[in-house]
Write a new protein. Structure first.
Lengths: 238, 469
């Protein structure tokens, strides 16, 4: 369960988040859309405990994030927009390293299977990541999140750099995770991918959630129209 | 933490540039240490040969007038500490040979700085130069972006999400890079250890331990501060500029400022003033009282009264010997006054400089390095005091022989036999022990520990909210 209640966050005199309310229940994939500077990444940072809210409550799994950070980190997987892992390590070594930091030990076979599950080609697993494309690095980032067997996933542009096939595989993977009961919050600019993947979408503008939409039965074109309408015309509606 | 440390080591060993630079430093340190050990051996050997030659001249001296022998004098060689191959300290400028003779107290001569333009301009390539200046700079270059690069590519978000704290990250990375410094340091100490094995005793071992500890602590301070700044500053350029500035301030600026300040607060007299004041006191008497002719007249009266005779020719002894010894003793008082004053000033300057370790751990390191290598001011003054004590005994023995050896006043051609000259003890010197040094440098060691405490404090109180991710 992800819950953001009446959260305010400012940097200097600029309000990045302005009374945000958001709730994602287990088994749901929630997409957060918005232009640059809307507060999407700040929302993710608040959920990761990298930032403290000025006011309001940020909760994961029913617990406030900052006081319970250590416990919550164990059940939270995170994929950043740019997965920049250690170039001098192979994908498997990177995955093994991050797993060990989390206190999880996998066998070589298990590590390989996680990487394959995240969409990486088998022949790339033992190669140093300095030779990887952005999409391949992104897949290793997905593998790191998956390896934690998290109950909550926070994804910041997870499909960034992925080719259409890999993006589609990501959608399938996320849906299977949500079917297993995972709570997923996905921040993106990619209306099509969000529409394909998420059950529900929120549109964020100037730190406020201005629209909350269910995606069931909604085509990509309809979603784009709604999004653009709200960006250009409407100021607040939810 | 162990995982982060291993990962940093992997990054070093898999980065060819850093790996080759580490290997290059190891080779340089090995070569410089070994070549200085060889040079030390040559110097020890040449001192030994020269000493034996001078002693044999003394032992085989034809019957001579003791006063003539006092002018012939002898030489004392400042012993070369085994560990001065690591840190030569002030030895390259102080000289290492002292002529011991009557009437006058000479200064050490044959310093390498006065004999070599290169050394006087650039100093010598000693392991201490690499260990104090170059290695810390290298450690800064490999650690300045330890956390800032994680921040710049946002990897820090994934790292923190794995459940590690920022302080764990900073501390682990600090330890990882510190080990690189330890590797270079250990290699130097090992080379020294192996090639000086035949001369190792408890004292040298303790000094090596102190030397190793001081450099280890300093490296930890440098590395952990570098990694800490890397976590606090927003970009890699800022982190590098910040740490290089710290290096410049610690290594160049503060030592120069402290030196100048110490000279202002405790100024040494100019050489001309010093020499003139000595000459004046010796001829006219200390502070203008009791000039030499009056002193001689007084001594004459005392001796004639003591021996109950009317003239010097009636004395059963040689009055000239007594006059020379009295003049010598007066000269010693003048020497004690002026050189003692200079030594006190030098000691005060040194103490002030040692206090600066509170602000600058590099000063504390330099002091401990020179102190444990036996090449500092304390060792230098201890030698000068010891050799002056020997000189006084040596000249007194010659003057006493002149006075009481059987000659009469005015018999300048009277000669003491070879046996007498052989009986005069040779000069030998034992350097101050480790315990003395440890006491002198207690505060320097304390400053380094305080700096460790300060840096660890900074790391332990670092919170994610303090940094921009």
């Amino acid at each position: 369960m992800i819950s953001i209640q009446n959260v305010q966050k400012s940097f200097g005199g600029t309000k990045a988040i302005n009374g945000l309310n958001l709730s994602v229940r287990p088994g749901q994939i929630y997409g957060l859309l918005g232009p640059n500077g809307a507060g999407k990444s700040t929302t993710i940072s608040l959920l990761l405990g990298l930032l403290a809210p000025d006011s309001g409550k940020v909760e994961l799994d029913g617990k406030e994030v900052l006081p319970n950070l250590k416990t919550l980190q164990k059940i939270t997987g995170y994929i950043p927009e740019n997965v920049s892992l250690y170039p001098y390590l192979t994908a498997k070594e990177n995955l093994e390293y991050f797993c060990k930091l989390s206190g999880i030990i996998y066998s070589k076979i298990e590590l390989k299977n996680i990487l394959i599950k995240s969409g990486l080609e088998e022949n790339a697993i033992e190669r140093r990541m300095e030779t990887y494309s952005k999409g391949m690095r992104q897949k290793v980032g997905i593998a790191i999140a998956l390896a934690k067997k998290a109950r909550i996933y926070l994804l910041d542009e997870p499909a960034s750099g992925l080719d259409p096939t890999s993006s589609s595989q990501l959608t399938t993977l996320l849906k299977s995770l949500s079917a297993e009961g995972a709570t997923i919050l996905m921040v993106s600019h990619d209306l099509f991918r969000v529409g394909e993947t998420c059950d529900q979408i929120g549109i964020l503008k100037q730190g406020e959630l201005i629209k909350d939409i269910k995606t069931e039965g909604l085509t990509s074109i309809e979603l784009e129209k709604i999004y653009l309408d709200f960006m250009h015309n409407k100021t607040s509606e939810s | 933490m162990r995982q982060i440390i291993f990962n940093e080591w992997k990054s070093i060993t898999r980065d060819r540039t850093i790996f080759f630079v580490v290997v290059l430093f190891l080779l340089s340190l090995g070569f410089v240490t070994y070549s200085n050990i060889l040079k030390n051996r040559v110097q020890i050997e040449s001192h030994h040969v020269a000493h034996n030659h001078i002693r044999s001249q003394w032992d085989n001296m034809e019957p001579t007038n003791p006063h003539g022998a006092a002018h012939f004098g002898t030489f004392a060689f400042k012993p070369v500490s085994i560990l001065s191959s690591i840190d030569e300290g002030i030895n390259s400028v102080t000289g290492n040979v002292l002529q011991l003779e009557g009437h006058t107290q000479n200064e050490l001569t044959y310093s390498e700085a006065t004999q070599s333009l290169n050394i006087s301009k650039f100093g010598k390539l000693k392991p201490s130069l690499l260990l104090q200046m170059v290695i810390p700079l290298f450690l800064i270059f490999i650690s300045f972006n330890a956390v800032s690069k994680e921040k710049e590519n946002e990897r820090i978000r994934i790292l923190l999400q794995q459940g590690i704290s920022l302080k764990q990250l900073v501390l682990s990375k600090s330890l990882a890079y510190w080990v690189v410094g330890l590797l270079l340091l250990s290699f130097t100490i090992l080379v020294q250890f192996i090639f000086s094995a035949q001369n190792l005793d408890r004292d040298i071992l303790l000094r090596l331990i102190l030397l190793f500890s001081a450099y280890s602590i300093y490296y930890f301070i440098i590395v952990s501060l570098s990694v800490y700044l890397s976590s606090r500053l927003n970009n890699q350029t800022g982190a590098l500029a910040g740490m290089v500035s710290v290096w410049i301030i610690w290594t160049i600026l503060i030592p120069k400022l402290t030196g100048n300040f110490a000279e202002k607060v405790y100024p040494l007299p100019s050489r001309i003033d010093f020499v003139n004041a000595m000459r004046e006191d010796r001829s006219k008497g200390i502070d203008g009282h009791s000039p030499s002719n009056e002193r001689e007249e007084e001594l004459k009266k005392t001796i004639l009264t003591k021996y109950e005779v009317d003239s010097l020719s009636q004395l059963p002894i040689n009055f000239d010997g007594l006059v020379m010894q009295a003049d010598e003793e007066y000269g010693n008082m003048v020497w004690d006054k002026h050189f003692g004053n200079n030594y006190n000033i030098l000691l005060e300057q040194k103490k002030l400089q040692q206090l600066s370790g509170f602000l600058n751990p590099f000063s504390a390191l330099q002091n401990l390095s020179m102190g444990s290598s036996g090449s500092d001011l304390y060792h230098h003054l201890a030698f000068l005091e010891d050799v002056e004590t020997y000189r006084r005994g040596f000249i007194k023995e010659l003057n006493d022989k002149h006075a009481y050896g059987g000659s009469k006043t005015g018999e300048w051609d009277w000669k003491a036999d070879q046996e007498f000259f052989r009986s005069i003890a040779d000069y030998s010197y034992i350097s101050p022990s480790f315990d003395t040094i440890y006491q002198s440098y207690f505060f320097d060691f304390l400053w380094l520990w305080l700096w460790i405490g300060l840096v660890l404090g900074l790391i332990f109180f670092t919170k994610i909210s303090d940094i921009t991710i």
